[in-house]
Design a binder for this molecule. Sequence first.
Ligand code: DQQ
Length: 618
Amino acid sequence: MQNSPSHTNAPYTLLPEDPSPARPPASSRRPVKVFAATAASVVFLTSLVMLIVNQSPETPTESDHPPRSDPSVRDRLSYNWTNAMFAWQRTAFHFQPEKNWMNDPDGPLYYMGWYHLFYQYNPDSAVWGNITWGHAVSKDLIHWLYLPLAMVPDRWFDAGGVWTGSATLLPDGRIVILYTGDTDESIQVQNLAYPANLSDPLLIEWVKYPDNPVIVPPAGINPEEFRDPTTAWMGPDGTWRILVGSKVDGSGIALIYQTSNFTAFEAQPGLLHAVNGTGMWECVDFYPVSTNSSNGLETSVVGPGVKHVLKASLDDLKKDYYAIGTYDPVSDTWTPDDPEADVGMGLQVDYGRYYASKTFFDQNTGRRILWGWINETDTDYDDLAKGWASVQTIPRVVTFDNKTGSNILEWPVEEVESLRLNSTEFDDILVEAGSAVLLDIGMATQLDISVEFEIEGSDALEALEEPEAIIECATAQNRTTLGPFGLLVLADKSLSELTPIYFHIAKSTNGSLTTLFCADETRSSKALEVFKKVYGGPVAVLDDEKFTMRLLVDHSIIESFAQGGRTVITSRIYPTEAIYGAAKLFLFNNATGVNVTASLEIWQMNSAFIRPFPLEEM
Ligand code: DQQ
């Protein structure tokens, strides 16, 4: 890897470069260590004036997107996008279909050596509609092979769409899938499906139970708000339980059903849980976590050392919220540890562009693995022109955070590290208050970045005299004594486009320090109609901890993990200039009162193999 100062000053070209380099020979994948002395000679300081004067344009809201039916697609793009720009936006190591629309992950499972991912898919267009179940398999959760559609809307009980559902592996080796069917009369019902041939490891053919639906909306529930059955778990009486999300009088609710055979279900009296004012709960997920080990737990596990996570996707906010609590398997109720931070009121699974997540227990490795859907933030016209929409996150391992005792940790599955190529290390880079430092790493569009920040002067935090109550993430131009500081990702050389990912520390009136972890997308693109905002939330930084973050950068996606995955933000961005070789990576410190030092390890990432399964060769 080159680290010459002249490289940083060279004129940058917007000409497309090959975004998917072939896998190099193993010998070229050794890490390159660059020490601070060397690094210092290749970085430069850029006045923060540049950051401050670049005001973000007025951005439209999601509801401003044009109607999907208008035919004059090319004439209505949000920007004068070229095909090379659209090509750059496709990810290199995230899962996405070859073309067309995708939304929620469905029924993930591991079976006979293969990870299976199903997903909400429109085979006909790059916008939502005609929802079927797409299907892909992988040996390692990173390289994927597309299979034929698993289920299409071809029966009265799912004519309006084969909507979201979950898989359950039964102790006798059978597999059941429960999914929501939108009927020919727009009623949401729950249906049963199972593999036609359990000896097929690819599970290509699925049978819909002929007597579907197995659950219909109960009295008092809006038949258009009753959907997304969970994976089943077994109760102490040896029968199964599932949840279905809904809403009553503005409260989000999780209805609970019991079954012994997956064909006849009985509504349980009462609800597993409800939260006032949270609106319709979609894609409810419910699973145990171990409080005394990092092992994942099979969905039916209860007992000492176990807490239960309840997650709901809030239809009104399009956000995934969760809370940790205690499940009583006898009364079939769940109580949050902290009622002030109940589902929809406290923790988010991901504070960024992220929705409809779902976990599964990977019995192959003993992990609980989380999938989530990353939607687009450009316009429907843009999506129709590029021919595809949406990406799934890199699967994340979920564990209970033993250090805080109050949240989960999410961390990319270790298999993603098999894509790491050469790495560059920077040790103890000084980032002075009000400066940005270019990191000379060559291509900056497929990266795995690990960074630790320390505030210079151990008494800096205590020295802050005036309370500076920042209660939510503001843009990175919002300067206070202790922040923000972090990375500028997918930034062009002149910092006219950039996506800051950062910590911002504030001292509240009671003297306590709060740290926010934020992603500011407001200047990520010059395309005016792209939806842009500042995302983020609080993150606990304990006394013995540095400020740490890990970023997975994959073209138009950045997944950012703070403090080992306590707070996570997914960014969906479409730069117009900071693409291909013009995309750069900077450290920045916009604090007014402290310098920070940063140590980083940055890997270039290979592309994953994601392509059709060669069924004809079987
Ligand atoms: N997507 C599905 C529904 C679910 C929603 C339809 C969440 O089942 O509630 O595509 O994104």
